[in-house]
Ligand binder design. Sequence first.
Ligand code: UTP
Length: 294
Amino acid sequence: MSSKIRKVVFPVAGLGSRFLPATKSIPKEMLPIVDRPLIDYAVEEARKAGIEHFIFITGRGKGAIEDYFDHAFELETTLSERSKSEALAALSTTQLRHGAASFVRQQQPLGLGHAIWCARDIIGDEPFAVILPDEVVRHERGCLAQMVDAWGDKGGNIVAVAEVPDDQTHQYGIVSPGDDDGRIAEVKGLIEKPSPGTAPSNLAMTGRYILSPEVFGKLKKGSLGAGGEIQLTDAMAETIGDVPFHAVRFDGERFDCGDKAGYLAANLAYGLAREDIGPRLLELMPGIINTLER
Ligand code: UTP
């Protein structure tokens, strides 16, 4: 078994129906926060965690993601001829080491669990990470790097969790905790979107996982869970007892960019923090708020 987390899976084959009509022709993962698409932030986080191979689970209409991480010969030559060095430098995050990216087609959007199962041949028999690009975590080291530290200590499966208010637990996969040191909690059970008032804790899973390859055996059974999709949560829950399983509370600010308000909040937070546009954005804000109050 590998002693390092070398590979990450980005499931990007979802329909993005909450962002229609924009997502009719643009993948949700290509929506920008300021000037970089969501998927770019996810790749950056994976790099910071020491990931070497990036696996994208794509579907119909997701070709823009593949193009984004390719060399754009004409664009680069034109920018270079025009001495646009700043614009050229902005492309640096889009360049992956040759051979370090794989694109796997999920022929039908059968859910997150199925999307991850589609990566089984490329992952093989080693632990791997999963990042959902529509969950963005703002932190200098990154959320996944913190999880890799915890994995170095505990091994097995690791999920990132955040505490959510009681009236929101029904929207998330919730952890039933065992021993808990205030940062890392042992996972005794997992429940996807519990009915209001029945959640075993407030610890909600937030789109980052380190998984032991045993999970593929559980996903293989292809059982359909809530919503008629192959549920990752159910497959992970089945590994409890077979492999160590822990939840990590991470440092950093989390934005649910699969949701319109969360996405706009991320744009504001990242925009306000930028030296080049933050001050101007701050100047514009009172005007926007005044129009609302009128
Ligand atoms: P979401 O639940 O956010 O679904 O999926 P979605 O299709 O992206 O968006 P909505 O709900 O229709 O607006 C969580 C993650 O799992 C991926 C999505 O691309 C997203 O990153 N996913 C989901 C797949 O790759 N395949 C699927 O079949 C379902």
